[in-house]
Design a protein around this ligand. Sequence first.
Ligand code: PLP
Length: 381
Amino acid sequence: MNLNNKILKYINGKNEKEFDPYYIYDIQTIKDHCRLFQNISYKNKSIHLASMANIHPRFLKIVKNEKVNVFVNSMAHLKAVMKLGFSGQEIIFTSSALSEKIMKYLERFDVQLNVDSPNQLKQWQKLFPEKATGIRCNIGDKVKPYSSHAGFFIGKESRLGFTREEIRQITDKSKIKGLHLYVGTDIFDINYFVNCYKELIEIAGDFPELEYLNLGGGFGVSENGEAHFDISEFDSSVSELMHQVSIQKNKSIKLILEPGRIIGCKAGYFVCYVTDVKDRDDKKLVGLNASAVQFSRPLLYPEIARHPISIIRDGVQLVSDTAITTTIYGCSTYSRDIFANSIELPELKIGDTIVFGNAGSYSASSHLQFLGFPKPKEYFI
Ligand SMILES: Cc1ncc(COP(=O)(O)O)c(C=O)c1O
């Protein structure tokens, strides 16, 4: 991965002989990715960052300035975004198995809620009979559900949302103001999104007071640079569907999207350095001053997480044709503390700075306390 001058200068500028691992984010890249979604041509829309991808207050302020709202799934994240000034109507809360206490809190602050099951809907309606809500839909009987590293989000294998039958059985459909769908994560196939959305639109016909369709997130970011999420194809398909549904309903239906990974992924870098090198037969084992609990995507998803790596030696980005099979490990005793397994890299030396790319989403936000390594600092430039 080629680091741009701004990032390289910042890393070299820190110039500490022994630094603790940290994250840097390129603010402009975060803004650019917010704008990709804000520029979708369908006008009646609201874009909500999925806060589990990045909950840093600075990150949230950047997206807020881009007029991007938030989607949260926990009370801690709800309180964090409220503290930053997001109003109830700018926050979507979609989760599962909510307690009455949480429902009351959401109602008090007028947060937009999508409930996950018939019993959750009953509880909500018992508490607030006059207050319409959204429901999370588990379509998937006509679409072949996409299975990702994080499992299934629709279809029989998914624990989430109302099934088609449960949706049919809702007695007072006029109390449902929105339908929510999340079809999976890291998807590039626009046809898959469209086929799933069409299923939802079919359901929309049964809800006379419908105000919005929340089509979730799941927009792919390539691990190896091969695939590309085609936002303009997505824009034309989704805008056309939204126009159709608005014609059907005879009123403008709001489009809601909840992008997560795609907003910050490419903006973020995780920076650490080499503290040990071991020889093992035909392989090098390279140890870092960081643990994978501080940059946990490779730990949580070892089968798919492939983060591009840059090496800085003596202030200069290393370019080398030599390729040595290398496993990069973390500075703990945990056998799975691995950042990258058997990848080809130039020969690394103690003191080399290692920069992992695609580290701006689900990275700092999924720091694990396990093993006792601190949460790395995050810098925005
Ligand atoms: C309901 C919902 N919406 C949006 C997102 C964001 O997904 P992604 O990062 O794949 O865009 C998630 C992630 O888990 C989610 O559960």
